[in-house]
Design a protein around this ligand. Structure first.
Ligand SMILES: Cc1cc2nc3c(=O)[nH]c(=O)nc-3n(C[C@H](O)[C@H](O)[C@H](O)COP(=O)(O)OP(=O)(O)OC[C@H]3O[C@@H](n4cnc5c(N)ncnc54)[C@H](O)[C@@H]3O)c2cc1C
Length: 456
């Protein structure tokens, strides 16, 4: 069978794309959804079952449908789990909401396209020509489609250290991927945990440890030692910042800093910037973009990706009573000694070597931006010239319609990518409010194309 569209992936991007296709495609169309995640739609972010794991975006901005902003808030109310539009629901509830929305679209059997869910991973692309895309699946089958939307997310960053000297049981106490929450049940309450990275993932793991009864010390090591800021407890109106004509990153940042310093509501300035971020990014030269990544990314992350206020409160209690200690520095090595893990690091701005002794080391250094390296499918497609990595290693090249561009700069007919994989083009494309717009745009393009090809 040749599907009209294949959606490859199993996280938020895939479920948002599938839901939009179900709404926009004619009933005679066919869709294949290829993914091997048992909780389709939850992906890395919404698979957690811990209620302490909260969304970091207010509920009023988390609808799966860009044109129905209250959809999630209404669902929460119907489920008797009311959260106000400016409140922060649990990620578990959000995962259930996504699956529920998909299920209700699928129930309307007479008026919707056919959908086949295929439990597999796409491993290679055999053919990529206009009107014919063929992918190999790891179940031995091949998938034929006219359009394909890659919704692959980005992988987890590798641990920033050589671990070859750590063997046996201690090796198992180095958690490379904290999203597999199974490791938590093996941690003894009084053991010492060292978390690498100080962003949102670190906060998640600290709360998860506490929820599992852990009461021992937690060390956090990151290059700058900055933890994310909190959302305001009261609604802050966005303030559209006045930007200079220059697209030099230093000029832009200094204008933003000046406005942030001038008023108490820096959050309003950050929120006011948000609708402009994609176009601003596209106006920057590659030199300015890489300057931003080198010098401003850590600053950007802690102001832009904020914690729910009560989550921040829990974190600060643990920081204040020294349960959690944050160290600024560069990890040099992880070694074993007397049945413990010894981490050495060079303090930021200092000399010499400092040490942390721990029973567990957890990698929370974040998602790997270069989505190509983590994916055998993308590696193969790149080596065959079917896709190209963007200049800054943020993901793959796409055009303004999220259509994939090959190694010669030519648009690949019918092949799209959405989500963080397209950060090179859009930058602000990792969170629900942005991905849902991209998913709808791609579904509209495919729908117009399919309807047009039938009319002609
Ligand atoms: C812990 C966490 C919390 C977050 N919280 C929020 C939040 O509160 N609000 C917000 O707006 N955003 C949040 N985000 C951002 C989040 O990245 C997006 O909201 C969204 O979940 C991204 O989904 P995705 O489908 O693009 O990627 P992923 O969730 O990574 O999903 C990618 C999927 O593709 C599958 N896949 C990969 N390769 C293949 C292949 N070859 N074949 C088939 N399937 C494949 C993977 O198995 C996976 O299921 C959070 C992110 C994280 C990690």
């Amino acid at each position: 069978m040749v599907y009209d569209v294949a959606v490859v992936g199993a996280g938020f991007s895939a479920i948002a794309e599938t839901a939009n296709l179900l709404r926009l495609l004619p009933p005679w169309a066919s869709i294949a959804v290829v993914g091997d995640d048992p909780g389709f739609g939850r992906g890395t972010a919404y698979r957690t079952e811990l209620h302490v794991h909260r969304l970091n975006v207010p509920a009023g901005r988390m609808s799966i449908f860009a044109d129905e902003p209250n959809n999630f808030v209404d669902w929460l109310r119907d489920q008797k789990r009311e959260v106000p539009p400016d409140g922060f629901a649990s990620r578990d509830d959000f995962g259930r909401y996504l699956r529920d929305r998909l299920a209700s679209l699928l129930r309307d059997r007479d008026n919707r396209p056919t959908v086949h869910f295929i439990k597999a991973k796409a491993t290679a692309c055999d053919q990529c020509t206009p009107g014919k895309l063929v992918f190999q699946l790891d179940n031995g089958a091949s998938l034929h489609a006219t359009n394909v939307v890659l919704c692959l997310g980005v992988g987890n960053a590798d641990l920033p250290a050589d671990l070859s000297s750590v063997k046996g049981v201690l090796r198992e106490r180095i958690v490379a991927n904290p999203w597999r929450l199974g490791w938590l049940s093996h941690v003894q309450p009084s053991q010492t945990v060292c978390i690498l990275g100080s962003g949102l993932t670190m906060v998640d793991q600290v709360l998860a440890l506490r929820a599992h009864g852990h009461r021992g010390p937690i060390h956090v090591l990151s290059r700058r030692g900055r933890v994310p800021h909190a959302h305001a407890t009261r609604k802050v109106e966005p303030v559209v910042p006045a930007l200079p004509a220059s697209r030099e990153i230093s000029m832009l940042l200094s204008a933003l800093r000046k406005q942030v310093r001038a008023g108490p509501q820096w959050r309003g300035v950050m929120d006011g910037l948000r609708p402009l971020t994609q176009s601003l990014w596209q106006e920057l030269s590659n030199t300015q973009r890489s300057r931003f990544l080198r010098h401003a990314l850590a600053w950007w992350n802690i102001h832009r990706h904020r914690l729910a206020p009560d989550v921040a409160c829990q974190l600060h209690t643990l920081l204040d009573d020294s349960t959690v200690t944050v160290h600024k520095g560069y990890l040099q090595a992880v070694a074993e000694n007397a049945n413990r893990l010894h981490l050495s690091f060079q303090p930021r701005g200092g000399t010499g070597t400092h040490k942390i002794e721990a029973d567990w080391v957890v990698n929370c250094t974040g998602m790997e931006r270069a989505g190509i390296a983590h994916s055998p499918l993308l590696r193969q497609m790149r080596s065959d010239g079917l896709i190209a990595g963007d200049d800054l290693g943020l993901g793959i090249c796409v055009d303004a319609n999220s259509q994939v561009v090959d190694c010669d700069g030519k648009t690949q007919a019918g092949l799209y990518a959405i989500g963080a994989l397209t950060a090179g083009r859009f930058w602000e494309i990792t969170a629900v409010p942005d991905i849902r717009v991209q998913a709808r745009n791609v579904a509209s393009l495919i729908s117009a194309d399919l309807r047009g090809s039938v009319d002609t």
